[in-house]
Design a protein around this ligand. Structure first.
Ligand code: MN
Length: 294
């Protein structure tokens, strides 16, 4: 389960292991395809930029070891653990959700979740990123945190105060109206929690920064927030989450006669990525928690 030490985290509902992998995908919001492949053996997704592209905020040397040793190591360990399974088994997200909280499958969970977390992490950084966001997330941050400066302060504080190894996340709750900052320990990940969609993350394991800033985690986190956060990535996830369910696709060749498309017509998610409406209790509980935190 998500740790008690996660003071910024919400009380969470555990994802019960389920026999039917398809059913464990139901009710979860849209998550980006991170390029692991559909099933094992999973692949290490390519970095979306050169290893030196995040410097000086994160050095090429740190990216090299973090990506080619740590991240690749999790992929290799996960595939070893899955080697005895028949091909065509579960997708990565299902493995994570179904092994979460099961002590007998801690090794599987840890490696699977770390593969996913790291693939998400690399894509949520970009050269020339960071700073105040544009797009729909800007208003969501204003609403949930009272403005970008207050959000930035809280995100950095959460990253600094995570005790030991773990991650800090900006998440969308329910239908994406409310945003929260969550902390998770070790390999734990918000995708374990129904109704929670990660938008951005910061890896606060020491391997993420120790070659560059040694014990000064705050220096690393501040650089990352101000120079590298990929707000376009976060906006795309939030847009997918908020897109109305069950849009009617235009039949081929009828674009000119098609009715106006809602909001952003550019990208239509596959049906499997479309999100059902959040249950009312999730939404209400989320808003109540937000209100309490103020
Ligand atoms: Mn890491």
């Amino acid at each position: 389960m998500l740790p008690r030490s996660a003071a910024a985290a919400e009380p969470t509902r555990r994802v019960a292991p389920r026999a039917n992998p398809a059913s464990s995908e139901a009710g979860f919001p849209a998550l980006p395809d991170l390029g692991h492949g559909p099933r094992h053996p999973f692949v290490l997704p390519a970095l979306p930029y050169a290893e030196g592209a995040l410097a000086p905020a994160i050095s090429a040397r740190t990216v090299y070891f973090h990506y080619r040793r740590h991240h690749a190591g999790y992929v290799a360990a996960l595939n070893r653990l899955l080697a005895a399974r028949p091909p065509g088994a579960e997708p990565l997200v299902t493995i994570i959700r179904n092994s979460a909280g099961d002590p007998a499958r801690a090794g599987l969970f840890n490696n699977a979740a770390q593969v996913w977390n790291h693939s998400f992490y690399w894509r949520n950084l970009t050269p020339g990123g960071g700073g105040r966001p544009g797009g729909i997330i800007a208003a969501a941050i204003d609403r949930s945190f009272g403005g970008y400066p207050a959000f930035r302060e809280r995100l950095i504080a959460a990253a600094i105060s995570q005790f030991g190894s773990g991650w800090v996340w900006l998440c969308a709750e329910g239908d994406g109206t409310g945003l929260t900052i969550r902390r998770t320990a070790n390999a734990e990940t918000p995708i374990q929690v129904p109704g929670v969609t990660p938008l951005l993350t910061i890896d606060v394991w020491e391997h993420a920064y120790y070659l560059d800033t040694q014990n000064r985690r705050a220096d690393h986190v501040t650089q990352l927030v101000d120079r590298l956060l990929n707000w376009s990535f976060a906006n795309r996830i939030l847009e997918t989450l908020r897109r109305p369910a069950n849009p009617t696709p235009n039949p081929p060749g009828t674009a000119a006669a098609a009715p106006p498309q809602p909001e952003r017509p550019a990208r239509q998610p596959p049906a499997t990525l479309q999100r059902a409406s959040a249950p009312a209790d999730t939404r209400a509980a989320s808003l109540a928690r937000l209100a309490r935190r103020r």
